[in-house]
Design a protein around this ligand. Structure first.
Ligand code: SF4
Length: 404
């Protein structure tokens, strides 16, 4: 797909034509300009010649059919991966990449092993969601989607054990230690949450948890979010869009200034600098103390709940001491509107990642250890969940997105 040409091609047309064309692509999810019947025939012919709508992609279906991964190949032959996750309640979440590769080189992450190639432009990020949107539309037409809920109230629509369960700013007390939010907060003007009969085939949420560090490509990521959020396009509520960062504090600060209520997730993975540096080289630049101070400013300013992601790695970061240290960091916050998401380490490199696997370095923590870690956090009044591992059988879980 080559949407970056669009504004150039339409520069001599009335301004609304650009909006109409974009609506056709991401709202009506057209595959060919012939379907854009809101545009004059002559213009459609021109667009057919100048702006390709073809998305070059290869799909890896998940064996459990709750997730699918696709490799998107851009015009310059660079590739990224994206994942579609289908929730049992009928919601669909897309995980997108923001960079080709990643410069941060976290030791547990398959993507980090390939290094950084380039940033994606906004349209390339949107293209990943449009790809899944088209597929869901096609499945729906073919009657494949059998998960249509009859009617789902907003508070019933929140998936269990995922970020969105906890990501809405709750009406709960801002003293904060972390009770389950009462579904969607009142006072929100964003009602785009519940999948009804007629929209079970659409995308309800987008997470920036694929390849790359989104805050190192801030402007393109935010431009993409504005397009994803457009009510005449994919119409994905900002409250259902989440950005995960390895702790780029400039990005966390900037996001707090954005008018849109976008969710923030912090990939922490260790409660002190020494341990964190051994897992994530970026920790040499941003200390845990600085990150938590920034996080605290963010929660105070936005009044929005932040997810702290913590990969459980056997004998590395999963001790009782680590859990207590993490609890201490959170309890020190003035506004600890956070919850901890414990993620079982995915030995990246399974299947076709084998050659890039960090062999023998890490193993996932046991279920018992994870339970004990979680119990310590909970004893301290901190909400902790263990994430449902969507997509791990297709290499589409956290830290597994990589192009072979
Ligand atoms: S975990 Fe995220 S930030 Fe770290 S290398 Fe992988 S993609 Fe980059």
């Amino acid at each position: 797909m080559n949407l970056s040409n669009l504004s150039k091609i339409l520069q001599d047309e009335p301004v609304f034509r650009l909006k109409q064309a974009r609506e056709a692509v991401s709202g009506n999810l057209i595959n060919s300009w012939d379907e854009a019947t809101n545009l004059p025939a002559e213009l459609r012919e021109k667009l057919k010649k100048e702006v390709s709508l073809e998305i070059n992609a290869q799909i890896t279906p998940g064996q459990k059919s709750d997730s699918q991964k696709a490799l998107i190949i851009f015009d310059d032959d660079e590739k990224v991966e994206t994942v579609l996750m289908k929730h049992k309640d009928g919601r669909n979440t897309v995980c997108v990449s923001s960079q080709v590769g990643c410069p941060l080189g976290c030791s547990f992450c398959a993507t980090g092993k390939i290094g950084f190639k380039r940033n994606l432009v906004a349209d390339e990020i949107v293209e990943q969601a449009v790809f899944w949107g088209r597929m869901l539309k096609k499945e729906s037409k073919a009657g494949v989607i059998a998960r249509k809920p009859e009617f789902v109230r907003a508070d019933e629509a929140i998936p269990r054990n995922t970020f969105e369960e906890y990501s809405s700013e709750s009406g709960s007390s801002n003293s904060g230690l972390l009770r389950r939010p009462s579904a969607m907060s009142s006072g929100s003007n964003d009602s785009r949450v519940a999948p009804r009969n007629d929209e079970a085939a659409r995308i309800h949420g987008v997470v920036f948890m694929g390849m790359g560090e989104p805050f190192l490509n801030y402007e393109n990521v935010l431009a993409a979010i504005r397009i994803l959020n457009d009510k005449d396009g994919l119409n994905i509520g900002a409250r259902h869009i989440s950005i995960s960062t390895a702790g780029i504090i400039e990005g966390i600060k900037k996001l707090a200034e954005e008018p849109m209520q976008i969710n923030l997730a912090l990939s922490l993975h260790a409660p002190n600098d020494k341990l964190r540096e051994s897992l994530m080289p970026i920790a040499k630049k941003y200390s845990v103390k600085e990150i938590f101070e920034t996080l605290d400013e963010h929660t105070q300013k936005t009044n929005r709940r932040v997810m702290i992601e913590y990969i459980m790695i056997k004998d590395k970061n999963d001790s009782d001491e680590c859990a207590k240290e993490l609890a201490g960091l959170i309890k020190k916050m003035k506004k600890p509107l956070v919850f901890v998401n414990l993620i079982l380490y995915n030995p990246s490199g399974r299947g076709f990642f084998e050659s890039l696997r960090p062999t023998g370095i890490f193993k996932p923590s046991s279920g018992e250890r994870t339970k004990a870690f979680k119990a310590i956090l909970e004893k301290e009044g901190i909400e902790a969940v263990q994430r449902w591992r969507f997509g791990d059988e297709i290499g589409g879980a956290c830290g597994q997105l990589i192009v072979n």
